[in-house]
Design a protein around this ligand. Structure first.
Ligand SMILES: [Zn+2]
Length: 499
């Protein structure tokens, strides 16, 4: 990554002159939040509590314009700070006063307020902007998907840059009001509850609210011609699903899967505790991309997930993330196992529930079907590195590690951990280390060697480790176990995050 500074030097000089001598401690916030996998993602020096996005989108031309109002608090004496953003900014105000701004790096918007900001100050940042998101890229790629009738913003770990300025890292979670005007006859879908809609002069405005902390990559926007269905879970959580009117032959299978959201939330509540958000549901736009994503309260599903018929397994996976990933978010992207290992494990629990193979059979199958020299085992789910963050091993080896943990601590402790974790870290962030500590606390067992063997070694755990964890006990030879019935459906969700 090559950082390119475009900030005009004259600006920096005049700013220095404007700062009183007593303000020598004022310095720019870091251009990244400090994640070694993605050094430029997020920013330092402030913490956002709320995003208010008031937008207008024209599907025909892909023009997006709007105003973002961010409520934040400074965490250091700030002379300047960054947001992550790619669209064209026309004005920035901080606490009501015009601020100067410049772009730098791949996606930095550097904002210099008229007056330096002392640590602990509540600030309001207003950014007016416009642009054609599909013409913008960073690091040579774009995650903004145009569709025949609109567009979709849903990707991991980056999606926000194309539609709103943010502190783009899961460490800085915030609540959201997303208001989007689209041409009459078109819908705008986002997170949470639909507070209201209004129509005027050919435009319809959709006002969405997500009222619990939400990571930036879990904020989503979909514009298109959708059919919207509503319902309620047994606990009364509102369900809002949306299906593109152009899903063709995938329409039936998509609905036969996503309409089971309420049933699956009820079932998952038995394992993970009360559903943590104000709404739930999913949307299926007419995009050609293949993955699904756990966008908070409103899961994004590619129609391709339903090309072979209904697939409740992918619904289980993405809804599990509402607890494991969304409610409790990772601290750094290296902690991805807490998201994917558990979302995959829930698919195994669902397989057992459906009578298509037990979690133990699936774990044994994963262990036996990859010989020791398979590159699969070189990926460490506990710290896979940015290139292998979404490697299949993070999912399958990750879920295998969950079964090993279950066998080590016993079912009572395991299910107490599974349910207690989202409560213990509700609406916060946690690391794999935090999880190990929590599992040790609940089970009363030291789990260092278990975590090391199953999550942190770049090699297949050997026979003694497998025996200790009761994995593949009955398999004489690798590759001799029968393939569980659910395997194909679970495998079909494997391109969850693939481009
Ligand atoms: Zn996932």
């Amino acid at each position: 990554m090559h950082r390119r500074l475009i900030a005009p030097g004259a600006l920096a000089v005049s700013l220095l002159l404007a700062i009183p001598a007593s303000a020598a401690s004022y310095s720019p916030g870091a251009p990244g939040i400090g994640d070694p996998y993605y050094p430029a993602y997020g920013n330092g020096g402030y913490d956002v509590s709320h995003y208010d996005l008031r937008l207008k989108y024209q599907p025909q031309t892909d023009e997006l314009e709007g105003t973002a109002t961010l409520l934040a608090t400074t965490t250091q004496d700030l002379s300047r700070f960054d947001l992550d953003f790619l669209l064209d900014v026309s004005e920035v105000r901080v606490n009501g006063a015009k601020a100067s701004f410049a772009t730098s790096g791949q996606h930095e918007l550097e904002i210099t307020p008229a007056n330096p900001l002392p640590k602990g100050t509540p600030i309001t940042v207003v950014v007016r902007y416009s642009g054609v998101p599909s013409t913008k890229s960073a690091y040579g790629f774009s995650t903004w998907h145009r569709t025949p009738d609109g567009a979709v913003a849903a990707d991991e770990p980056e999606a926000a840059w194309w539609w709103f300025p943010s502190n783009d890292h899961p460490l800085d979670k915030a609540t959201y009001d997303v208001s989007v005007a689209v041409p009459d006859g078109t819908q705008a879908i986002s997170n949470g509850t639909l507070q209201s809609t209004s129509s005027r002069l050919g435009w319809t405005r959709y006002n969405w609210r997500s009222n619990k902390p939400q990571a930036t990559y879990l904020a989503t926007l979909a514009v298109g011609k959708f059919d919207i269905t509503t319902g309620k879970t047994s606990d009364g959580v509102p369900i809002i699903n949306a299906y593109s009117k152009d899903l063709g032959d995938n329409d039936g299978a998509a609905r036969a899967s996503v309409e089971r959201t309420g049933e699956i939330v009820d079932w998952l509540t038995g394992y993970f505790g009360p559903y943590p958000f104000n709404a739930v549901g999913g949307y299926v736009p007419n995009t050609t991309t293949g993955y699904a994503l756990e966008t908070q309260t409103r899961v994004f599903y590619s129609p391709r997930q339903f090309a072979n018929g209904s697939n409740t397994s992918v619904v289980v996976h993405e809804l599990t993330h509402q607890w494991y990933g969304d409610d409790v978010s990772l601290k750094g992207w290296k902690d991805i196992w807490i998201n994917e290992g558990f979302a995959r494990y829930a698919q195994w629990l669902w397989s057992e529930h459906e009578g298509e193979g037990t979690t133990q059979e699936l774990a044994d199958y994963v262990y036996a079907s990859h010989p020791a020299d398979d590159a699969f085992w070189t990926v460490k789910p506990g710290d896979p590195g940015p290139d292998d963050q979404f490697d299949i091993a993070v999912y399958d080896r990750g879920a295998l590690a969950v079964q090993a943990l279950r066998n080590e601590v016993g079912d009572d402790a395991f299910f107490a951990i599974l349910k207690g974790w989202p409560k213990d870290h509700a609406y916060g962030n946690a690391s794999v280390g935090d999880f190990q500590e929590y599992a040790e606390q609940v089970s009363g067992k030291s789990l260092a060697s278990l975590f090391d063997a199953w999550l942190f070694q770049p090699s297949k755990p050997g026979a003694p480790a497998a025996q200790d964890a009761s994995i593949a006990r009955s398999s004489a030879k690798a590759g001799t176990l029968p393939r569980p019935k659910s395997w194909k459906k679970i495998e079909a969700t494997n391109d969850l995050h693939a481009e």
